[in-house]
Design a protein around this ligand. Structure first.
Ligand code: ATP
Ligand code: FE
Length: 425
């Protein structure tokens, strides 16, 4: 089964080709191969985050060319396959035609989504194959079922595992922070979501406040959260500088450091299953501004203090993520639900300190049996392989999307699209 996938919901224009082989020889086995997965990220001239108009222009400029480029990576058509399964390319090669198109239908900016969706409809109509419209966030959550990196507990030696439903999903990206009880392909019950900004957004804000200006000028994009982590921790040995709370009580009071400050972990005094990140960036903003304006007698921040602040920004955010994750596991346990696997996905899942943090936390809080699974780093941020995989799973489950469908700006994680798009199940 072969699919061509398109993703254009944000500022990355992405195309991917994925095939899935099922061999029924005695024992049942499946294997997926990624033939092509490339993206072009729009240049953000403003340096203040994503500029929707620039993203749209970039999709228009790059999408068709990326699709054309991907065709060279299609597998050779087997001689025995029927003519309607083959595709002649301009250079005279005969390729296997994709069986269906996968495309991001939402959530996101409708104008940006429409570039991908219209290209997908065109290909489906021209090649006479079905199309599957995919939920971008469900695709983030499903990526580890395609391929994953397992963060091992010291006690265990399993290398990889394909997370089977149900599992707990911690979705941490530029626009979302959610804990989900994932029961099926399109069944993701929301256990917690953010009441203000998403963690990725928050880390990007912190990065902008903390990173020295000359470093910011050198970054190729505005994902300052990513660069903040490289600044905070030079090597894995530095992770030990941030003490992980062993009990719920230790989450509350963190002593002041040698510079006389600490950051307060959001919602550490209440047990609501909810996220809130805005307060971290605002605490950092006042700390940085007070020092710049000479309000304290401490003078300007030196490099060492800045690094400590970067560690605290990440540590406090992950402490908050971790505390709600443990709460969700405990809540499900109280209901008699044992969760074998915690899947972490979305752009922030690329963070190695987070990988270390969550494994240590699970081990410290009696959840050492819970498998911890992340997508490979290159598949954490937006890409089309995740759309291809989600599309593949949905296609096999019987989903088809009508070619008259439209982009969906807001689309809840726990619902199928109501606007008449999904047929066939
Ligand atoms: P959404 O998927 O919610 O619509 P998005 O697609 O813009 O949002 P992603 O591409 O999944 O978000 O993730 C981008 C975010 O991930 C950015 O905020 C970026 O700073 C953050 N990020 C990427 N790599 C890392 C890293 N190594 N450490 C921390 N944050 C990271
Ligand atoms: Fe995303």
């Amino acid at each position: 089964l072969l699919t061509l996938a398109i993703e254009s919901s944000c500022d990355d224009t992405c195309v991917s080709l994925l095939s899935k082989h099922t061999a029924l020889s005695g024992s049942y086995s499946t294997r997926a191969s990624l033939h092509f997965n490339e993206k072009v990220t729009a240049e953000n001239t403003g340096k203040g985050g994503i500029v929707p108009v620039e993203a749209l222009k970039s999709h228009d400029t790059h999408l068709a060319k990326l699709v054309e480029k991907s065709l060279a990576s299609l597998p050779e058509a087997p001689d025995a396959s029927p003519g309607f399964k083959k595709l002649w390319l301009r250079d005279g090669s005969l390729k296997e035609k994709p069986d269906f198109i996968s495309v991001t239908r939402g959530p996101g900016m409708p104008v940006n989504l429409a570039v991908g969706l219209n290209a997908a409809k065109g290909l489906a109509a021209a090649w006479q194959i079905p199309m599957v419209g995919v939920h971008h966030m469900q695709a983030h959550a499903l990526t580890p079922r395609l391929v994953n990196a397992m963060v091992k507990s010291e006690q265990r030696d399993t290398d990889t595992l394909r997370p089977e439903f149900p599992f707990l999903t911690l979705l941490v990206s530029g626009g979302h922070t959610m804990l989900l009880y994932s029961k099926g392909l399109v069944e993701h019950e929301i256990l917690a979501t953010t009441s203000d900004i998403a963690i990725g957004d928050e880390l990007d804000k912190c990065g902008r406040l903390i990173l020295p200006k000359e470093l910011q000028e050198d970054t190729p994009d505005t994902s300052y959260g990513k660069y903040l982590s490289a600044y905070a921790f030079r090597s894995e040995d530095d992770y030990a500088a941030w003490e992980i709370p062993r009990t719920r009580r230790e989450e509350v009071d963190r002593p002041l450091n040698k510079y006389g400050w600490n950051l307060v972990t959001p919602m550490s005094k209440n047990r609501r299953l909810e996220f809130s990140f805005a307060a971290i960036a605002s605490q950092i903003k006042s700390l940085v501004l007070d020092r710049q304006n000479g309000i304290t007698s401490m003078g300007m921040m030196d490099d060492e203090e800045r690094v400590l602040l970067a560690q605290a920004a990440l540590g406090t955010a992950f402490e908050h993520l971790g505390s709600r994750t443990i709460m969700a596991l405990e809540k499900l346990q109280e209901q008699g639900v044992q969760i074998p696997t915690l899947v972490v996905s979305g752009g922030v899942a690329a963070n190695n300190f987070l990988r270390h943090y969550l494994r240590r936390l699970l081990d410290l809080r009696s959840f050492e049996d819970v498998n911890l699974v992340f997508p490979p780093v290159e598949l954490c941020t937006d890409n089309a392989a995740m759309i291809a995989w989600a599309g593949m799973e949905m296609f096999e489950a019987g989903y088809r999307t009508d070619l008259g469908c439209t982009p969906v700006r807001k689309w809840s994680m726990d619902s199928e699209c109501e606007e008449g798009g999904i047929l066939g199940i």
